[in-house]
Structures are given as C-alpha cells and as structure tokens.
Design a protein around this ligand. Structure first.
Ligand code: ADP
Ligand code: MG
Length: 455
C-alpha cells in the first residue's frame, strides 16, 4: 500500500497514470514471499507489468528490504471503479484496507526471449542431472566468474534448453540491469547471414559482442558447416571471454564429436565447464510428472503418473507430452482419469515403435486431413487464415520431429524461403504461450504422424 502511495508522492508516476492504472488494483492476500493483487483483465495485468513492474519492484524492495514476488489475479468486475478527481484519489489507498503487511519478494517480470516456466524451481533434480543443475545454479549466482563458458550437452528432450533458460531467468530476476541474450544457433546464423547481405555487420557485432552480459546460445551443433558464422562466433566468443561475460551453450553431443567444425572453436567450447544431462530414472520421471501435475492444477491420480513413468523412458519431452494428453483429455470429456483410461489413451505412446522415417509428405497429409484442407493448399500460395494456420502448424511439426533443415522444408512448401519457415515455427511457439489448447493439439497431431508408421 505504502509503496504505491509513495510512487505517486515522489512523482515517479503521474496522477493521471496513477488513476488510470492503480485504482483498479486490489490487494488480495500475501504470504511470506508473495503478494497477490487483483486486476480486472489480462490486458490490464500486462500493461501494469510492462509499465510499472520495475518501479514497483524497486519501491517494494526499498520499503521492505526484501525481494517479493508480485502475483496478479484476474478478477472481472461488473462495476469498474471510475477514477475520482485528483485530490480525492490522492487520499484513497489503492490496495484494500485489510491492513495486512505487504511483504515483498521477487517481483516477477518476464524476459522477452525466455520462457517463464523454464526456471530452477521447475527443474527437477535427480542423479542424472544433479551435477549439471548445480553448475547451472553456480553460474546464475556468479555469472562470468568460474564456469566460463559452460557447455550443456545431452540428447533430445533431456532438458538442455530448460536448464539454460533457468540460468537466464534466475539472473534476470536477481540481478537488475544484467543484459541477457538468449538465441538459438539457427537464428544466430540467419541473423548473421542477413547482416552480411545488408552490410550491417557492425550492428550485429555490437549487439553480440559489446552489449551483452550473459550470452545463451541454444543447440550450437547447428553451426556445423556454417563457416563464416563460426568465424563470427569465434570472435564473439573471444570478445566476451576477455570481458568476463558469461557464455552458456547447449549441444546435442560432446564437442569432440562435432563434425565440420573449426578446431579453434571446438577447443574454445571445451575449455570451460562441460556438463551432461542423462536420461532420468524412474523416481525422477515420477517427480517431474508430479511437479507438472501440481503446476497445472490438475489432479491426475498418482497411480496414473506411476504408470506413465514406468512406460515412457525415452526422454522428458515425451514424458510430459503423455501427461499433457491426459490432462487435455480429462478437460475435454470432463472425466477423472483412471488407470484404464490412461492405458487406453496412451497405448500408442507406450508402444512407440522406433521412429520410422517421417517424410514431409506424410506430415502434410495428416495435418491437412485434420484441418479438412488439401496438401496442395499447404504448399500453395493462399494466405487466408484457414490455410496459413495449418501451414504454420505443419512446418512447426516437421521442424520438431524430423531432421529436415528449414531450407528443405521451405522447398516442400512451394519453394518458400527458409526464413519464412523459421517465422512460422516461431509464430506457433509464441502462440503456444498464450493459447493453452494449441500444445495438446500439436501433440496429438505428432502422435498421429508417428502412429502412421511407414506409410
Ligand atoms: P532439450 O532442449 O534437451 O531438447 P528441453 O529443455 O526442451 O530439452 O526439455 C523438454 C521438456 O522437458 C521441457 O518441457 C522441459 O521443461 C522438460 N524438462 C526437462 N528436464 C526437466 C527436469 N529436470 N525437470 C522438469 N522438467 C524438465
Ligand atoms: Mg532444446
């Protein structure tokens, strides 16, 4: 309460802004580490976060001496509080009068390039990943100090991206002002290629060499055979290294096994800390599912999660996809999930044959069937939403489950450019963050693609 009032008194926020954004915020509850307030809409919440979270965060910290997390609840009111005249508004506390002490923890902001749920809190530790997770936490506490660079390696779906983003999120939350850049190797390549084409290499250099405290590059095996980008990365590496800036890379194999890679770059990768992520054991798989069940406020029975943990051993992505499917199913049909339903629904996932050769053609067929359009629609030029949306989903799926490059995919979609493919995939990824129905839909499509075997 106090902090909000002070903001206005200290003219950090103008009266008009104050009236506009703070009179409809109400205090709901607080715990040791969190304050929950209500706001009238998602839009409102986003606006407040974008505009004022930094100031609020500082103010709360200043007043309480602690870092508190600010959480928002959407409460739709039929009656909207209309701001009164300025003098009156000034005397009216914006939080409710309950008189509870507001305790302040970490105010949650989100970094534009990082997924909010990829945090250490959500990263379950088992003996398969303990070393890597501890190293990552060490880096987050002291970026640039000891483990530089850090290389996280492991197979598909083992948690590389999650762990790397946890480092970024943790630093972002705890160390104000540190500039964190997360980028996939693929995007790095295409940005660099574009910079060369446009003659804007200097801006590119500036962006990655001079303007970064923590550089996170995902899936660096994608740099293979990209000679000039490797050169650029080599120089970026040296500049950041000399300036004691933290670098973290993920990769799908130990650097010694990289092919078509400049030796000088390989040796740079190897000179820091290399940690690996192994497949989780049964207990860890179960713990991951329980955590997910809790986070999504669903109540899948424990015995069902045990069943999944026993049967899905390949990787964590598949493990989570199985639970996602059941959660979606429970919501759709309004039924509680029993062992029997789970067995039935996950039959295919449980007996997943070794991945057959999946062709672009097959994915196009299945996606177009599902959306009731034709494969030619997917490849064609039409840009109506009925077509573009399935087209984007289709590209995304191919990207997820096959090894085709974006260039190859583009060719199979009527000769589209690889950047179009990348943007489409990005679109879908972004959309998944706001549309919770999209991920189950995509998962189901992927399952059908896999179920279709070799035909
Ligand atoms: P990779 O980058 O290695 O392919 P991801 O980081 O994308 O794998 O992880 C795949 C999925 O598994 C993500 O949903 C991620 O949140 C989840 N995951 C991976 N490791 C863990 C873990 N230790 N605890 C909880 N979830 C995990
Ligand atoms: Mg990844």
């Amino acid at each position: 309460k106090e902090s909000i009032k002070q903001l206005k008194e200290e003219k950090l926020i103008s009266s008009q802004e104050f009236d506009m954004w703070f009179t409809n915020i109400n205090y709901v509850r607080s715990s040791e580490s969190t304050i929950t307030v209500s706001v009238p809409s998602n839009f409102y919440k986003d606006q407040v976060i974008q505009r004022y979270l930094d100031i609020l965060e500082n103010k709360l910290f200043e007043l309480s001496g602690r870092k508190l997390k600010l959480e928002f609840e959407i409460i739709q009111k039929t009656e909207i509080v209309i701001p009164e005249k300025e003098e009156k508004a000034q005397n009216r506390p914006s939080f409710s009068e309950k008189g509870q002490e507001i305790s302040v923890k970490e105010v949650r902001r989100s970094h534009p390039q990082l997924r909010e749920d990829y945090t250490f809190d959500n990263f379950i530790i088992g003996n398969n990943n303990e070393f890597a997770a501890n190293a990552a936490k060490g880096i987050a506490d002291n970026p640039g100090a000891n483990y530089n660079p850090c290389l996280i390696y492991g197979g598909v779906g083992m948690g590389k991206t999650h762990l790397m983003q946890s480092i970024g999120n943790s630093i972002y939350q705890k160390m104000n002002g540190k500039k964190i850049v997360f980028i996939s190797a693929e995007t790095f390549v295409s940005e660099f290629v574009q910079a060369v084409q446009k003659g804007s290499q200097q801006a590119f250099k500036n962006k990655y060499r001079n303007n970064v405290d923590v550089l996170l590059i995902d899936d660096i095996h994608e740099f293979h055979s990209k000679e000039s980008t490797q050169d650029e990365l080599f120089h970026t590496f040296n500049a950041l290294y000399d300036a004691n800036k933290q670098m973290v890379f993920t990769i799908d194999r130990p650097p010694s096994e990289l092919v078509n890679f400049a030796n000088r770059l390989k040796s740079r990768f190897e000179m820091g800390l290399n940690v690996d992520l192994q497949p989780p054991n049964y207990e860890t798989r179960l713990a991951i599912l329980k955590n997910m069940n809790e986070n999504s406020h669903s109540n899948i029975p424990e015995e069902v999660m045990e069943l999944i943990s026993k049967n899905i051993t390949t990787n964590i992505r598949d493990l989570k996809a199985a639970l996602t499917k059941l959660i979606a199913y429970a919501e759709l049909v309004g039924k509680n999930i029993t062992l029997e339903i789970a067995q039935n629904q996950l039959k295919q996932a449980f007996n997943a044959p070794i991945q057959a050769n999946i062709t672009i053609d097959r994915v196009q067929r299945i996606v177009s069937e599902y959306f009731n359009i034709t494969p030619n629609d997917l490849k064609g030029k039409k840009r109506t939403k009925v077509i573009t949306y399935p087209r984007q989903i289709c590209m995304y799926i191919i990207r997820e489950i096959t090894d085709f490059s974006t260039t190859e995919i583009g060719l199979e979609f009527g000769g589209r450019d690889h950047t179009t493919v990348m943007h489409s995939c990005q679109r879908i990824e972004d959309r998944m963050k706001t549309d919770s129905t999209l991920e189950p839909l995509v998962m189901n499509l992927i399952r059908s693609v896999k179920e279709h075997g070799n035909n």
